[in-house]
Ligand binder design. Structure first.
Ligand SMILES: Cc1cc2nc3c(=O)[nH]c(=O)nc-3n(C[C@H](O)[C@H](O)[C@H](O)COP(=O)(O)OP(=O)(O)OC[C@H]3O[C@@H](n4cnc5c(N)ncnc54)[C@H](O)[C@@H]3O)c2cc1C
Length: 402
């Protein structure tokens, strides 16, 4: 048994910070992160559409990491040497590990869409969201197009095959825009496009039965099977040659894996990390993964990233101490879609993984829950609400929506 093992965590997002908290009593932990702040991406649509200050959706990492008893190394990981067990940073620094947890998220590949840099908008990071907010202030009307590009996935890990990495933000943006345009009296029909045959193909019939009428009510048109290839000044073009007129195009770009994974020989065909259900790399002992960077994470959701971080932490603890069980991998879709004003829709579904839960709950209570979740995360500097809160929530949903 290792006395206090050195655990290096790459990435201070949802998954990485969770590992810090889970293992702080067990290990000497170093967090390597290229940013100075942790960014809560689920709150970015509110930056773009409601003018929430961007500094309210990110917080400095130094304090959080210190409170977890860990060391923060600010730098970009460029390579992992699995034989000698260290990571190499952009400046050549080597950070040794006994266990490595790769929680580096996914890269949003805006450049994969021709014309995006000139005419496209997005909500996926803290540069894009404020840029969209500024554009919306001067927007006077015209057709608005919102959708996801398909991503490329590998085949080493068996997961549900989804074309879009995560369509929740697309729905959220469309609903929030429709609400805002109606409030401001702007004539701007909103069209959602999806690369899949079904918009929101990661949830089941009950959720569709709830969300479909809400889309109709908000006059949002949905078009499917559209693989975006280009954004022009007045249109969005798709691989089949079709186009949609647009005065404003907002796109979730393809997701790619951080390059250092493939460059270290640790990626699948698409560069994501192939891990088993205890979050261990299929080929590299002592390397674990959690969150969007793994091939197992499908769709790419913070809720799944945190579940995976719990499993990766338990797997390390169990190996080091010989004690404790590794929880089973039981992913589920859990997200709250802001629909503008006081409205939101909460979705809880394990339909994609063969389960029977498929619940959507709409109303101001869902909006209040999203607000509480985001505020809790921000004011506690990256703590998530206690598990007990989700258990209570699930009980309420079962009793009311069954
Ligand atoms: C607009 C939007 C809305 C969303 N809404 C929801 C929602 O409502 N509910 C939900 O569950 N999920 C939502 N998601 C998805 C969720 O944000 C992600 O699934 C989640 O952030 C993944 O967590 P992670 O820890 O794997 O990665 P991230 O949160 O992306 O963190 C990865 C970290 O690794 C760092 N990093 C990357 N490469 C390196 C490197 N080479 N060296 C050092 N550091 C590196 C990055 O800087 C980053 O801080 C949303 C996503 C978007 C874009």
């Amino acid at each position: 048994m290792l006395n206090r093992p050195r655990v290096v965590v790459v990435g201070g997002g949802f998954a990485g910070l969770r590992v810090l908290r889970r293992l702080k009593d067990l290990a000497e932990i170093t967090l390597v992160e290229s940013r100075m702040t942790s960014l809560a991406k689920p709150a970015l649509p509110e930056v773009a559409m409601e003018g929430k200050p961007v500094d309210h959706v990110r917080f400095p990492l130094a304090h959080t990491v210190r409170r977890s008893g860990a060391e923060l190394v600010t730098g970009r990981v460029e390579r992992i040497d699995t034989d000698r067990r260290y990571v190499v940073l952009h400046d050549g620094t080597r950070v040794p590990y006994d266990y490595l947890v790769v929680a580096a998220g996914a890269v949003k590949d805006y450049a994969a869409i021709a014309g995006f840099s000139s005419y496209g908008f997005s909500v996926c990071d803290d540069e894009q969201a404020p840029k969209l907010f500024n554009a919306l202030q001067g927007f006077t009307g015209g057709p608005v197009v919102v959708g996801s590009a398909p991503s490329r996935w590998g085949s080493r890990v068996v997961v549900p095959r989804l074309l879009a990495a995560c369509e929740g933000p697309v729905g959220e943006v469309a609903f929030m825009l429709a609400h805002d345009f109606a409030r401001r009296g702007i004539g701007a029909p909103v069209t959602v496009f999806s690369p899949g045959q079904v918009f929101f193909d990661d949830v089941g019939d009950k959720v569709h039965a709830e969300v479909g009428p809400l889309l109709d009510e908000a006059h949002i048109t949905v078009t499917t099977g559209r693989d975006v290839v280009e954004i022009g000044p007045d249109h969005v073009a798709f691989a089949d040659g079709s186009t949609l007129d647009s005065a404003l195009a907002i796109v979730i770009p393809p997701y790619a894996a951080p390059a250092f994974i493939a460059e270290s020989g640790l990626g699948d065909e698409a560069g994501f990390m192939p891990v088993d259900k205890a979050m261990r790399h299929l080929d590299a002992p002592r390397v674990l993964g959690a969150g969007d960077a793994t091939a197992l994470s499908m769709p790419k959701l913070g809720h799944i990233a945190v579940h995976q971080a719990d499993i990766a932490s338990a797997a390390i603890r169990s190996e080091v101490t010989g004690l404790g069980d590794v929880p089973p991998y039981e992913p589920e879709i859990f997200c709250i879609m802001n629909r503008g004003g006081a409205e939101a829709t909460l979705i809880l579904s394990d339909y994609l993984y063969g389960g029977r839960r498929d619940i959507a709950y709409s109303g101001p209570l869902a909006r209040l829950l999203k607000w509480s979740f985001d505020e809790y995360d921000f004011h506690t500097r990256g703590h998530l609400p206690p598990d007990r809160m989700q258990q209570v929530l699930e009980w309420v949903l079962r009793e009311t929506k069954g």
